[in-house]
Write a protein that binds this ligand. Sequence first.
Ligand code: FHN
Length: 421
Amino acid sequence: ALLQTGSLRAQQAAVPQARLTARDNFSDMRFGLFIHWGVYSLLGDGEWVMHNKRIPYTDYSRLPDAFYPHNFDAKTWVKMAKDAGMKYITITSRHHDGFSMFNTKASEYNIMNTPYKKDPLAELAKECKAQGIKLFFYYSLLDWGRADYGYGSPIVNGKPTKGDWDHYIAFMKAQLTELLTNYPDIAGIWFDGEWEREDVDWRFNEIYALIHKLKPDALIGNNHHHAARDGEDFQMFERDLPGENKAGFSGGATISQALPLETCETMNGSWGFTITDHHYKTVRQVIQLLVSAAGRNANLLLNVGPMADGVIQPEFADTLRAAGKWMKQYGGAIYGTRAGFLAPQSWGVTTQRAGHQYVHILQTPGTNPLFLPNIPGHLRKATIYGSEVTVKYTLVDKGVLLYLDGLGDVAYDNIIDLSFE
Ligand code: FHN
């Protein structure tokens, strides 16, 4: 059980039951597909191409004229996620380039004004519902192109000196209202880009209240790289497991004890489709990341950047398929679990569900037998997960010595299932 301080309990008490349940269900899912897809996908140089290559907005905004994803098939994408053992999808509805990948009345700069003239997010929402997958929308707070955002202008008294901040906030509210009403099954919003302007008044109290009013069980996450704030329902860690700071983003973020956690990572090194990026993660790396996240109480949101034609490149699809095979066999030690009794170790992690602690051995430990201190209760048996093969053990003091001989038949992760009375 999570230790809760008085103030955390008070915060929780103010949150309606529908949202608390949705948060719990969110954690149960453990594995999701992140999708970065937009007009930038045409250039095959990532979603930051406009900024990185200093492409003037007027030039960049000709890309939509060429956007026609003739191979996009929502059914294929959702099935791919499902076969990978993923339980949800989070897709870019609008990224920093400001282009809306959905049918919006709030801006002309949207997918309906491409030759495609259709709303892929609507198709995706329909398919997700049909195939029982949750759908979240990524939404960028930062906008490189809109005049009212006034990109690059200094902030004075909580507002940018150029642009029209009130107008921009109203625009975002209008779009969020569309996203939460036109896609009624939407599970939540994944904000990003706040870090571009730390000193502006983002009016999150109003924005979050609007979202929760429109859909009381919608979950809000904000990739601001700080401790979670009031009104947020889950805390994400970009390219880091909670508690790590490899990516240099989450150094200051204290890990929420009350909220679900999520780690997002990419299949290679890029979010949006990048033709030159062949740094594909292996199946082993993906599984170990997923397990390491679960052992830290976090979901893994694993990103693919589909090509402009709507196809998810085969290198990604293959890995997802293999991950799905693994999840089918060992998902019982991942889905619906929480971080186990033992804090993450150099050799691996633990996850738990009622009556069970799963010991995931990801690297050969330095010692055999392996000592686990302070086991939670009376150990009834230890087996190799998913089999009747017993693992020898001796109880010592309040812990257990596990004899690891004969392990190694589980690819990527040796899971020992400790059953308790
Ligand atoms: O700038 C974005 C980036 O393009 C991508 O969307 C990632 C995903 O976590 N988030 C931002 C960087 O913090």
